[in-house]
Design a protein around this ligand. Structure first.
Ligand code: T4K
Length: 398
């Protein structure tokens, strides 16, 4: 296989990177602290079911987010399922299609219909001005997604929710450590849901959490994630198994001790990408509002093919040929995935901004696994691709 740089007679046939550079390479905190915790859990023979690390993790997360209740679970998908059930959602729920498939599946799994709403192309988040038009007598709620960690228009959604009597959940899978108007994410709507999956900048291997300031809801969620047990031999509710175990909580606690380092690394990397891509025509790096706290996890680039002369997909092919495994999140949009594609074959006509964005966007590697020299090289490859792309891209076989 010929690489891109090889075709430009740069590097004489080798790829830019020997090892693959992934998006979503996990950040890992202090190994010794983690291994000590795991050993403790094993020695005390308490491995799951609301163990001491789970309780400590929940307390630390409540402190970190300022939310009254943080209930950890095995992943964010089950957390979304449980919270939507605990809130009594049914019928139809309005969601963006520009999100990871889990947002839609968590509803459909419970036979709640996700009604896809278009996004604001500037924010990439659900467009509140289009939400109202999607409300029907069957609508019971809205799930907003804080895409890339940039908060939705929480105030506008709140108003719509109040006006129509709808519940509001935020899928905050990307937004741990971020703020909205200076307040930590975890405090808006009826509840917010975090993901601590390995690919998130803050991870517990797998894991998720619901944050809420509603006491009654929190109690219901705690019952639901543990089969409805209210004490030994006393089941008072229908429930499932959404419990986090001790090894996961040990990883979460260890990650939390390093969260400032992870955030600082992401920010440093973001600034390096900003510098490296700044004057590249047709390549637009996603901006974060620096007055807020951001986790800068996602290095998001929009490619304007008319200006660059190269498509997003060809740029991704070039990057992959150099071992930079850029991702096309969230291509092709939930409405183009099954079962939604079959259920709503014309949905794309109502989602023009989502359709356009899914053709333009790509995500580059970030986190503690990438360094300054690597970022500089990634930016150079992108520069070459934009400046020389059309000359060689057709010859490229990836
Ligand atoms: N809502 C939103 C908005 C979400 O983005 C997500 C998850 C959820 C809800 C659901 O949260 P969880 O139920 O997962 O807690 C990945 C993640 O699997 C997924 O959690 C995440 N969003 C999504 C944005 O990204 P894929 O399909 O891209 O995964 P995969 O296997 O292709 O891995 C991504 C990259 O990470 C690859 O380049 C390999 C690298 N990687 C991955 C793992 C697991 C590593 O280097 N090491 C690893 O251990 O979905």
């Amino acid at each position: 296989m010929k690489t891109y740089l090889d075709q430009l007679a740069i590097f004489g046939g080798t790829t830019a990177f020997e090892k693959k550079l992934h998006v979503g390479r996990p950040n890992i905190g202090d190994h010794t602290r983690l291994l000590d915790r795991i050993e403790n859990a094993i020695n005390r023979r308490w491995l799951t079911n609301n163990g001491p690390y789970v309780q400590e993790f929940e307390a630390r997360l409540a402190e970190f987010t300022g939310a009254k209740h943080v209930i950890v679970m095995s992943n964010a998908t089950i957390a979304l399922e449980i919270v939507s059930r605990a809130l009594g959602l049914s019928g139809e729920v309005i969601v963006p299609s520009f999100t990871f498939i889990a947002t839609a599946h968590a509803l459909q799994w419970q036979e709640i219909t996700p009604v896809f709403c278009d996004i604001d192309p500037k924010t990439h988040n659900i467009d509140p001005s289009k939400v109202e038009a999607s409300i029907t007598p069957r609508t019971s709620g809205i799930v907003g997604v804080h895409v890339w960690g940039r908060p939705c228009d929480v105030d506008a959604l709140q108003k719509i929710g109040q006006h129509h009597g709808l519940k509001i959940i935020y899928d905050a899978a990307h937004a741990f450590g971020c703020t909205h108007k200076g307040r930590m994410i975890g405090n808006s709507g009826d509840a917010e849901v975090f993901s601590f999956h390995a690919t998130k900048f803050f991870n517990s291997f797998e894991g998720g959490a619901v944050a809420t300031n509603d006491d009654e809801l929190a109690q219901k969620i705690r019952l639901m994630k543990n089969f409805g047990f209210a004490g030994t031999d006393n089941v008072i509710y229908i429930g499932t198994n959404g419990k986090m175990h001790e090894i996961t909580a040990a990883m979460g606690l260890t990650s939390l001790e390093s969260v400032d380092t992870f955030l600082a690394t992401n920010y440093r990397n973001y600034k390096l990408y900003q510098e490296g891509l700044s004057d590249l025509p047709g390549i637009q790096l996603l901006q974060y509002n620096e007055d807020e706290k951001n986790n800068y996890q996602y290095i998001v680039v929009e490619v304007d093919e008319v200006q660059t002369g190269i498509s997003r997909d060809d740029l991704v092919k070039i990057l992959w040929s150099e071992n930079v495994l850029a991702r096309r999140y969230f291509y092709p949009g939930c409405h183009q995935a099954e079962p939604y594609r079959s259920y709503y074959p014309h949905a794309r006509l109502l989602l023009p901004e989502t359709e356009k964005l899914t053709q333009r966007v790509l995500v580059l590697p970030n986190g503690t696994a990438v360094g300054a020299a690597e970022i500089s090289m990634i930016c150079q490859i992108m520069r070459l691709a934009v400046e020389r792309g059309p000359e060689v891209v057709l010859k490229l076989q990836v």
